[in-house]
Write a protein that binds this ligand. Structure first.
Ligand code: CXF
Ligand code: ZN
Length: 346
């Protein structure tokens, strides 16, 4: 029984920007109060991991355990945890849902005001790490999850208990990118039956928007991408029309109304520039959305149920599978735009 004790296990460590991760033995401390130690079953790579792995300047932090899309089993719990017990199947999430603050209780927000969402180096609010390497050096966390390790420690406010009947290599998809796209159509844009949706960028998130729009009853789903290969890929996800902006001139789209939802992953220092004239005079709205507006603890179980009922199709998002030792292959595939999601089994 390892409860209350440190665990020694394998992890993939990002030691320097842009350098391949290295598999090493690490020590994972016991969970503190309101934390859970999770044995990861499988994990995957999202573009945010890549962005922070590439980062040379602050907020670059190394050595670090990246990864935030995963599913696992509760190995042990810290003091004051009542929501889950050892053996529960759980999805760790970067987005918290404390269930107590004004924002978690409100339907208008999915941004918890008690727990932050930062690309933080720490497990949570106490500014400490639960990871050390075999030389005693601190290894930093990433996005409150750090799933590129056999065991990790996550705050219980970021843990969703799920039915273990759902296949792990589908359920884990709901921890970040795919949920973000599904939520953007369902919650943020509130796509209605018979409407038209345009999706700019047909990566995993954009394709998840297509799947979400299909489930909401959209009639036309227009995929926009400069990569012509996305024409055929898009069809598998219900994209009805495809536009490659490199092949067309300036085209006027609907005037006077329309809603644009911004989502996904940007570069940490990216700025948004807009024509004020076009916003002022168009009657259009532009909104941002983190995690597609989904509230983790109430909305993820709905998506899991729709997946089990075979309404929500997740299979096509998993394009590759590699052993955890081969994690750098998963980086290469995503960097080359060859994969949507690559499952890594621990
Ligand atoms: C994150 C990336 C960093 C800021 C919050 C949202 N999304 C997931 O990849
Ligand atoms: Zn992500």
């Amino acid at each position: 029984n390892t409860a209350g004790k440190p665990i020694r296990c394998r992890a993939a460590i990002a030691r320097k920007p842009r350098e391949p991760l290295v598999i090493e033995e690490v020590i994972v401390a016991a969970p503190k109060s309101r934390e859970v130690r999770i044995k990861i079953i499988c994990t995957s790579l999202c573009h945010s991991d890549i962005n922070y792995w590439k980062l040379e300047r602050p907020p670059a932090i190394f050595p670090r355990i990246l990864g935030h899309e995963a599913i696992g089993v509760v190995g042990s719990i810290g003091e004051g945890v009542h929501e889950v017990v050892e053996g529960d199947t759980v999805i760790p999430m970067f987005l918290p849902d404390c269930g107590e603050c004004a924002d978690c209780l409100s339907k208008k927000s999915n941004l918890c005001s008690k727990y932050p969402v930062h690309c933080t180096p720490w497990v949570g609010r106490d500014e400490s790490s639960r990871f050390t390497d075999m030389n005693g050096e601190t290894l930093y966390h990433f996005l409150h999850v750090s799933s590129f390790t056999e065991y990790t420690v996550v705050e219980v406010a970021r843990v969703i208990k799920v039915d273990p009947a759902i296949p792990a290599n589908r359920a884990y998809l709901l921890s970040c990118g795919v949920s973000t796209g599904l939520g953007a159509a369902w919650k943020a844009a509130n796509v209605e039956i018979g409407t038209t949706v345009a999706i700019f960028g047909l990566g995993a998130i954009g394709l998840a928007v297509a799947e979400g729009a299909r489930l909401c009853g959209a009639k036309r789903i227009i995929g926009v991408d400069v990569n012509q290969d996305k024409l055929e890929i898009g069809k598998k996800f219900g994209v009805t029309d495809f536009v490659n902006p490199r092949n067309i001139g300036d085209k006027t789209v609907s005037q006077g109304w329309g809603k644009t939802v911004m989502l996904g992953v940007d570069q940490p220092e990216a700025m948004l520039t807009l024509s004020s004239f076009e916003v002022l005079h168009s009657g259009k709205s532009i909104m941002g959305s983190l995690f597609g507006g989904l509230k983790p603890k109430s909305d993820i179980p709905v998506l899991i149920k729709r997946c089990m009922d075979k309404e929500l199709q997740l299979d096509a998002f998993v394009t590759h599978e590699v052993e955890f030792e081969d994690i750098n292959k998963a980086f290469d595939l995503l960097l080359q735009g060859k994969s949507l999601r690559c499952v890594m089994w621990m």
